[in-house]
Ligand binder design. Structure first.
Ligand code: GLV
Length: 299
């Protein structure tokens, strides 16, 4: 049987992943091209942001192992089998990278570093009053692996932190206390569009949003209107409804928006290839699979 690697990788990413996957799975046949064997010979798919249709018509598929933490793209693909176990990537190294990005965004907002970058472009020398970490409350939306890692790191650095998950009660109460909201929720039908005009209106004036999860959590037109209306101060965005962010998108040049190209927590193949391999070995040996997605819950 063979393992199909179905990924939206560019050539550099293939070059990084391929030798590490081969090393982690030395006795397996790995395929980049599904047409290299008959469909019934593929029993495992390793997926990373797979192009839609990548997993259609594989009658003997027994495991879909994601190399990404978020599996929304697989769940949204109606041609992917809905009855095959699907496992997320859970990698402590990736959680640490995400926490580091959250700390960078929060501390840059706290210290005004985005404003100083804008001042440099204008040749302005102006010092702003320092607000200390313990004067700020950060709401971390999502209390999974990444949300918890980010919350702990922020607390270690002196920020007041409130964690929120969908089971924790009304979001409005948490938003109302937050100087900075960091979104690390999974994208599910319940969380899609959660950060809309009504949510932004709950946040205090001059609060900021950091979205490191999925673009579809945010209603982009509402965010623009809220920033333009002066209610929120800044948005730091790593993820977008359409990726790559289209060249004509207003976010690119908005003075209150920082755009990153979905790099908050890239999977590191050095740590993640062995995580993926462990589940495949478990499948081969008939042991329980780890990090399985509850399809009804959506993550
Ligand atoms: C990246 O966004 C991931 O889900 O790993």
């Amino acid at each position: 049987m063979a393992i199909l690697v179905a990924a939206g990788f560019d050539e550099d990413e293939w070059a990084a992943w391929w030798p590490l996957l081969r090393a982690a799975l030395p006795s397996e046949q790995l395929l980049r091209d599904r047409d290299a064997v008959a469909p019934h010979e593929i029993d495992v798919a390793l997926v990373a942001n797979p192009p839609p249709g990548s997993l259609r018509d594989l009658p003997n598929l027994q495991l879909i192992q994601s190399l990404w933490a978020g599996v929304d793209r697989v769940l949204d693909d109606t041609t992917a089998p809905a009855d095959v176990p699907l496992a997320r990537m859970v990698d402590p190294a990736m959680n640490a990278t995400m926490a580091q990005t959250a700390l960078w965004a929060v501390s840059s907002l706290q210290r005004g570093f985005f404003d100083y970058a804008a001042q440099q472009r204008e040749g302005v020398w102006k010092q702003h009053v320092l607000r200390c970490a313990d004067e700020l409350t950060v709401a971390v939306l999502g209390t999974g692996q990444m949300g918890r890692a980010a919350a702990h790191l922020l607390m270690q650095h002196g920020y007041g932190v409130l964690g929120w998950s969908r089971s924790a009660g009304p979001l409005a109460r948490v938003l109302a206390q937050a100087n900075i909201v960091v979104n690390l929720l999974p994208l599910t039908p319940d969380t899609r569009g959660l950060l809309d005009a009504a949510a932004f209106a709950q946040m205090p004036r001059d609060a900021s949003l950091v979205n490191l999860a999925r673009g579809a959590h945010v209603v982009e037109a509402d965010l623009l209107a809220t920033l333009d209306g002066g209610h929120l101060k800044r948005a730091v965005l790593d993820v977008f409804a359409t990726e790559p962010l289209p060249p004509s998108h207003p976010f690119w040049s908005h003075p209150a928006i920082t755009v990153l190209p979905h790099i908050a927590a890239p999977t590191d193949p050095r740590s993640a290839a062995p995580v993926a391999a462990r589940n495949i070995v478990a499948l081969r040996e008939g042991r329980p699979l780890e990090n399985l997605v509850d399809r009804a819950r959506g993550y």
